[in-house]
Design a protein around this ligand. Structure first.
Ligand SMILES: [Mn+2]
Length: 378
């Protein structure tokens, strides 16, 4: 049996004020194409379908189209809500669409939905636990001691219908939590105080844990506790990520994992060099200049209107920064001493050098001398 595991679609997300909707529509079509080719027995979607608890109309349309296509292909879908989703909006019409093979986690009420798939003598139980907070679980199981996220998940798992008597049946959990040890990146929401982590031991009874929440794909402890990561790069900290679908292969021997790479419409990448280098045709010809770009200029002096000029080559330039002596070392620009005994030029030279980590050149020095002369005369 073969299942696809994806998560964190963040439909409707904007990045540096750029709408990603076209990129998201493209990647969902890619995923549908791969599903059509590979014919998995089911698709697990581990939360954060939407970027906002009140999703945009465009985002809702994308999700609707995606589910309709999957239902038409008769591929069962198991999707849970994440911390970015509104559990109630996400599960709207959930019971109604169950019959189409599209299974959406309802608002957590103490019972995790469970479905059984069988194929070629393999039985898999799929347990769906939407994103939960301690306060949610505490409100349902009042007698239980729940101090943190680990307790909340442990109690939620203990109340699941987990039949371990049938040794041949495999149990899979879909969850959306921050499991201790996971490596974060910049596009995730960090909870205040960072106390949202869950100990992986809570999931020991599952043969595979399909996780969402962390945006870089990774396994935690064992190969079968895994984040699939986002299908697209959602921050420049992910520039070196290779996004993919996680494929969960279940056979009599156990569960193993492989990947199918995903190729985006536009990549998100960093380019680095002097302004002259980045604008030289030889250096950008043959690259996809429509990609989302973070340009790092290494010029020692700021280039006037560099952003606007670079945009004429890289229309989707998102971010511009400098890597030079000034930005590499942030010295303290403290008060000047012995002010009375030094000329205005000397004081300005010291200030300039402290701020830029480099002395003024001849041209700049002459310019300052001119300015000081003008001020003196005025
Ligand atoms: Mn997320």
């Amino acid at each position: 049996m073969k299942l696809f595991h994806i998560s964190d679609l963040h439909l409707g997300k904007k990045l540096n004020e750029f709408s990603m909707i076209e990129d998201q529509e493209f990647i969902l079509r890619e995923i549908l194409g791969i599903i059509d080719e590979e014919k998995p027995n089911g698709v697990l979607i581990a939360g954060d379908v939407y970027d906002k608890s009140i999703p945009s109309e465009e985002a809702m349309r994308l999700w609707d189209d995606f589910l309709i296509s999957l239902a038409a292909m008769k591929v069962p879908v198991f999707a849970i809500s994440g911390n970015h989703d509104s559990a109630i909006r996400f599960s709207n019409h959930g019971k109604l669409v169950d019959s189409t093979g599209i299974h959406l986690s309802p608002v957590y009420d103490g019972a995790a939905k469970c479905f059984t798939l069988t194929d070629g003598g393999i039985t898999v139980n799929i347990h769906m636990l939407p994103f939960v907070k301690p306060v949610t679980v505490r409100g349902i199981f009042e007698g239980e001691e729940i101090a943190d996220y680990t307790d909340a998940c442990r109690v939620a798992v203990r109340h699941m219908d987990l039949d371990k008597s049938d040794k041949s049946a495999k149990n899979i959990l879909i969850a959306h939590q921050f499991v201790t040890g996971a490596v974060r990146c910049d596009s995730e929401e960090v909870s205040v105080g960072g106390l949202d982590n869950v100990d992986a031991s809570v999931f020991d009874d599952f043969d595979y844990v399909a996780l969402g929440h962390i945006h870089g794909k990774q396994t935690i402890g064992r190969e079968t506790v895994r984040y699939s990561g986002t299908p697209l790069k959602y921050s420049f900290s992910e520039k070196d990520h290779n996004k993919s679908i996680t494929v969960v292969n279940v056979d009599a021997g156990g569960v193993s994992v492989s990947e199918i790479p995903l190729k985006p419409l536009r990549d998100l990448r960093e380019i680095r060099g002097t302004y002259e280098e980045l604008t030289a045709r030889d250096n950008y010809a043959g690259t996809n200049t429509d990609d989302y770009i973070h340009a790092v200029l290494t010029d020692e002096n700021d280039v006037v209107n560099a952003f606007g000029k670079l945009q004429t080559i890289y229309p989707n330039l998102m971010k511009l920064s400098y890597d030079n002596a000034r930005t590499r070392e942030q010295r303290d620009v403290s008060d000047a001493v012995d002010v009375e005994n030094r000329t205005p030029l000397e004081l300005f030279e010291e200030f300039y050098e402290k701020q830029n980590n480099a002395p003024m050149n001849k041209e700049q020095r002459d310019f300052v001398i001119g300015c000081i002369g003008d001020i003196w005369r005025a």
